[in-house]
Write a protein that binds this ligand. Sequence first.
Ligand code: CAA
Length: 384
Amino acid sequence: MQFQLTEEQVMIQKAARDFAQNACLPGVIERDEHQQFPREQVIQLGELGFLGMMTSPVYGGAGMDTISYILAMEEISKVDASTSVCMSVNNSLVCWGLEKYGTEEQKQNYLVPLARGRKDGALYIGAFLLSEPEAGSDATSQHTMAEDKGDHYIINGTKNWITNGANASVYLVMAQTDPAKGSKGIDVFIVERKTKGITVGPKENKLGIRGSDTHSILFEDVKVPKENRIGPHGFGFKFAMQTLEGGRIGIAAQALGIAAGAYERALAYAKQRKAFGKEIAQHQAIQFKLADMATRIEAARLLCMRAAWEKDHGRDYAVSSSMAKVFASETAMWVTTEAVQIHGGYGYVKEFHVERLMRDAKITQIYEGTSEVQRIVIGRGILR
Ligand code: CAA
C-alpha cells in the first residue's frame, strides 16, 4: 500500500493551493453575500487545466488522474466551494461522460472546448440536467419529454437546481423518449444553451455556495439534432448513474475541503485566542474537539483516495464513491459546526469564514445524491 503522493500530484496540490489563496480568497465573502458567480476564477481554472483535469490531452484536457483531481478539489474547496462546484460539474458530470460515450464528432465539437473551458476567447463550460421539480432522488421519474421526429428531437419540460445553469454553453439533458419503458426509455442529449426555446429561470437564493449559479431551465419545443444524442436509444439513465458515480468522488472531495478549511481556521484561532489565562487550544474541551475534527477529516480523505484509486485502476467504484460522499459530507457538516463553536461569537460573523463554510457544507449532503441515496447505493452494493 502506497500512502505517498507522486511528485506530479504534489505539484498539482500546490498549484491548487496557490490558486485558492491568490485567486479565490480575495472577495470570497463579498461574492457569497452578493451571490456573484466567480467568473474570473472559473476562467483561471481553465487556464490551469483544471476544467478538464482527467480528460485526455487529445481532447483538450490535462490527462491527470482522479487522485490529482481530488487533491485540487480539496484545496480549492477549503477556500471557495462556489468555485469548486463549477469545476466539479464540468470535470465529472460533463467532460467525463462525453469522453467515455460521445462520438468523435461530439468530442471534437463539444468536449475539446469544454475541457479547455474556452471557445473563441470566451468562457465555455457545461451543466448536467437530470433533476426536475418532481424528480430529485427519484431520478427515473423524468417528466421532460423528447419526441423523436426523425432527424431531430423536440424537447419540452423543466429541469431544476442546475449548477452552471446560466453560464454553461452546453447542457447534457436527460429526457424521457419512451415513458412505457421507464428508466430504459430515457435518453441523454447535448443541447446548446443558445438554442431557441430555452429559458433560464432566475438564480436560486441559496443558503450556501451562493456564488455558484443554480437555476431552473425551461424547454419549450427545443429542437435538437439526432446526432446530439449520446449513446444508443434508452441509454440516458445508465449514463446519468455512471456519470454520478464519478461526480460523487468530486463532491466528496469538495466536502473534505470544506471540512479541512474550517478545521485549519479553528486550529489557528484556538492557538491564538486566550481564555481563563491560556490559549483555548490548551483547554481539553477544545483539544478534544480538534482531535476529533482531525481524525474524521483524515478518515474522509482516505475514503476519497480509495474511491479515486479504484476509478483510476478500472475497478467498480459505485460503492466506494458513495461511501466517500456520505462520510465526507457528514464530516463537513459536523466539523464546520464545531469550527463555529470553537470561534464562539466570532464564528457567527462573516469575517471569520467558518459560518460560510458551515452553510456551504450542507449542500454536500444533498446534491449529486442525498446522504439517503448514497446509503441506498451502498446498501444495494453490499447486499448484492
Ligand atoms: N450504473 C449503471 N446502471 C445503473 C446504475 C449505475 N450506477 N444504477 C442504476 N442503474 C440501472 C439499474 O441497473 C436499472 O437497470 P435494469 O433495470 O436494467 O437493472 C436502472 O438503472 C434503474 O435503476 P434502479 O432500479 O436502481 O433505479 P431506482 O429508481 O431504484 O433509483 C437511485 C436508484 C440510486 C435512487 C437513483 O435514482 C439515484 O441515484 N437518485 C439520485 C439522483 C441524483 O444523484 N441526482 C443528482 C442530480 S445532479 C446534481 O446534483 C448535479 C449538480 O448540479 C451539482
